[in-house]
Design a protein around this ligand. Structure first.
Ligand code: ATP
Length: 284
């Protein structure tokens, strides 16, 4: 197994949201728990990607053998925080056959006609899969709260509903790994500027992202409430400083590795007589 060099201990511990913390105090360019630089981080990412890939194969193999357990990575973050980069550069290191990715944009009319978890239920991972939510049910207490898309009497109970939903997921064998990615307002400006300067990035540019910057304080308030009210023992939030992409990718890779290692997986035993099959093959 590759050594987890550079980290001082459990990454989940180092990044876990601490009750009493303030969103405005998050150091978006920090690298809590990691003492290496960018070059060390990038080298380690490649190495740890192999470990992640091995563990994903183990999970998948167990799923094929009837194990109902799965892992669900929930990614939240402001525009340009790098959610897409996590899907591409972290999840991209494992076999796509075992991955179920879902992104949640503005709800369709059909989705709006159902309760807010309806579209989410349909995308939860099956046994053996790694699920990834690029945005999630948390949009319903973030953008929805910030823009008053429904009255407070509707969004307020959602924190409790989400906690119960995630408890049900845990009870059904889904390990939920929640990562809230935080960029600074300045770093977001740089990334938006890059999208305007580079034709290969125009496709990522959305003029509405500029308007959203005007709501930054309201988003901070909504993120604060989300972390305070939905970071629970079975499904804690992890705060991912995201001004440095190499760090956020490395950190989330390690969170996934820790979650998968926590399942204590081993290769499933053969459901056939190995010696008998070897003898048959020798004669075939
Ligand atoms: P991204 O900004 O994630 O890269 P994008 O700009 O391509 O994605 P989409 O993925 O189509 O856009 O949609 C994301 C947008 O949908 C975000 O502005 C997000 O706040 C919004 N959204 C997601 N869920 C909801 C919801 N439940 N209600 C209203 N808006 C939502």
């Amino acid at each position: 197994m590759a050594k987890k060099s550079g980290w001082s201990g459990s990454v989940s511990e180092a990044l876990r949201w601490r009750p009493g913390g303030l969103v405005q105090d998050i150091d978006t360019s920090g690298k809590p728990g990691f003492d290496g630089d960018k070059a060390a981080g990038e080298a380690l990412l490649a190495e740890r990607g192999e470990r992640l890939s091995q563990l994903q194969e183990l999970l998948y193999a167990n799923g094929r053998a009837g194990d109902h357990r799965s892992v669900l990575l929930v990614l939240q973050g402001m525009d340009t925080a790098g959610k897409g980069g996590i899907v591409r550069h972290v999840i991209g290191m494992v076999d796509p056959q075992g991955v179920k990715t879902a992104s949640f944009g503005k709800p369709t009319e059909e989705e709006l006609a159902h309760d807010f978890l309806w579209r989410i239920h349909q995308q939860t991972p099956k046994g053996g899969q790694i699920g990834v939510f690029d945005r999630s049910h948390y949009e319903d207490v973030l953008v929805v709260r910030v823009h008053d898309l429904v009255p407070q009497s509707v969004w307020e109970p959602r924190y409790g509903i989400i906690n119960s939903f995630e408890e049900d997921l845990a009870a059904s064998g889904v390990t939920v790994v929640k990562a809230a990615m935080f960029v600074s307002l300045d770093e977001q400006k740089k990334r938006l500027q890059e999208r305007l300067d580079r034709p290969d990035k125009y496709w990522k540019y959305n003029p509405a992202d500029i308007d959203e910057r005007g709501y930054w304080p309201k988003y901070q308030e909504a993120y604060q409430a989300m972390l305070d009210r939905t970071s629970v023992d079975g499904a804690p939030w992890h705060v991912i400083p995201a001004d440095r992409k190499w760090f956020s990718r490395l950190a989330i890779t390690e969170l996934l590795i820790e979650a998968l290692e926590g399942l204590g997986l081993d290769w499933p035993p053969a459901d056939f007589d190995v010696e008998h099959e070897k003898a048959r093959l020798a004669d075939a």
